[in-house]
Design a protein around this ligand. Structure first.
Ligand code: SAM
Ligand code: SF4
Length: 326
């Protein structure tokens, strides 16, 4: 078997699949309040097409998948997609990124279908503030969602917090305290400049070193191993005696491109080899024409950049991270 490697020798074993560009939230840093021009239904990959792509990539070394969006839980019958993907030979690990609104109802069925783990986005623990940041009041309760995920047996359960100065940075210690009570992994993410919401970054970014200094006011904080599965770009720490960990994801202040092992599939079937920039290959049309995909995967990886140019604040053609699954 030839394992897929990009032109810099990084092996590619992780695919993030955006299954919809739509969302039931309008997070201030992600998309405009009126939404985005959504993709027409016929342009979106069917579940059968997504599974077809994964079947072709798995023999080349693909091992791990993440379903994301937009908001993946708003697509009907998500559990059937989970079951079909988990059944593809070679796929060892299947994760979900969600805003968590529907998790209390869906966690058990998704776990039963084969979902291994979940990342829940939660930018506040206060109901009014959650509604203000998401610009929708859907009754999202992060702790309830996390509990439902833990009770369903999803492991690990990560809570992703985008920290914004003057908006939710006063809750850093409240989030970190959750790791003392629950075996959850709270990850603080630096705000990134993307699309129409890019202007927020200058005024509201909080560097992760500052976030960790605030967490350390709660007690001794030591570097820690990350969760058993799914170690991505986060750097982890643990408060003394805590069952959970605190992580930071630092796209703005430290780059981790050198160990990047991921590619992304957009909801309309474009394979993107880097979050930023415009390196992508259309897989949907060749797939629908019955053409082989392997040469296209190789072509895409040959163009995977060594590092993204986020640090220079050149943000490519993206309107929102929801278009590529974050
Ligand atoms: N709707 C799901 C969710 O919110 O988890 C999945 C898609 S969302 C685009 C994936 C991740 O991207 C979320 O954790 C979200 O917080 C993050 N994200 C979106 N825009 C961002 C930005 N400008 N800066 C940092 N993170 C961002
Ligand atoms: Fe939706 Fe996730 Fe973007 Fe929020 S971050 S608007 S939940 S896609």
């Amino acid at each position: 078997m030839t394992v897929l490697r990009d032109q810099h020798g990084r092996s590619i074993e992780y695919l993030r699949i955006s299954i919809t560009d739509r969302c039931n939230f309008r997070c201030v840093y992600c998309m405009p309040e009126q939404g985005l021009p959504w993709l027409p239904k016929q342009e979106i990959l069917s579940y059968e097409e997504i599974v077809g792509i994964v079947r072709e990539l798995a023999p080349l070394g693909l091992r791990r998948l993440r379903l994301t969006g937009g908001e993946p839980t708003i697509r009907p019958d998500l559990a059937s997609l989970v079951a079909q993907l988990k059944a593809v030979p070679g796929i060892e690990d299947l994760a979900l990124s969600t805003n968590g609104v529907k998790l209390p109802q869906m966690a058990a069925a998704l776990r039963a279908a084969g979902l291994d783990r979940v990342n829940i986005s939660a930018d506040s623990l206060r109901p009014e503030r959650i509604a203000a940041i998401a610009r929708r009041d859907l009754g999202f309760a992060p702790v309830t969602a996390a509990r439902a995920a833990l009770e369903a047996g999803l492991d690990p359960v990560k809570l992703n917090v985008v920290v914004m100065r003057g908006i939710n940075d006063d809750e850093v210690t409240d989030f970190a305290r959750l790791t003392l009570d629950f075996p959850v992994h709270v990850r603080f993410i630096e705000l990134m400049p993307v699309g129409e919401m890019a202007h927020l970054t200058d005024a509201h970014i909080v560097p992760s070193d500052e976030v960790l200094a605030r967490v350390a006011t709660l007690g001794a904080l030591a570097p820690a191993e990350g969760p058993r599965r799914g170690n991505g770009p986060a750097r982890y720490h643990r408060l003394a005696g805590a069952p959970g960990t605190v992580g930071v994801i630092t796209p703005m202040t430290h780059t981790y491109c050198g160990s990047c092992n991921r590619v992304r599939l957009t909801a309309d079937g474009r394979l993107r080899t880097c979050l930023y920039g415009d390196h992508e290959v259309n897989l949907r049309d060749p797939l629908r024409a019955g053409e082989p995909l392997e040469p296209l995967f190789r072509q895409a990886l040959a163009g995977k950049p060594l590092a993204h140019d986020l640090l220079q604040l050149r943000v490519g053609g993206l309107k929102a991270l929801s278009q590529v699954g974050g």
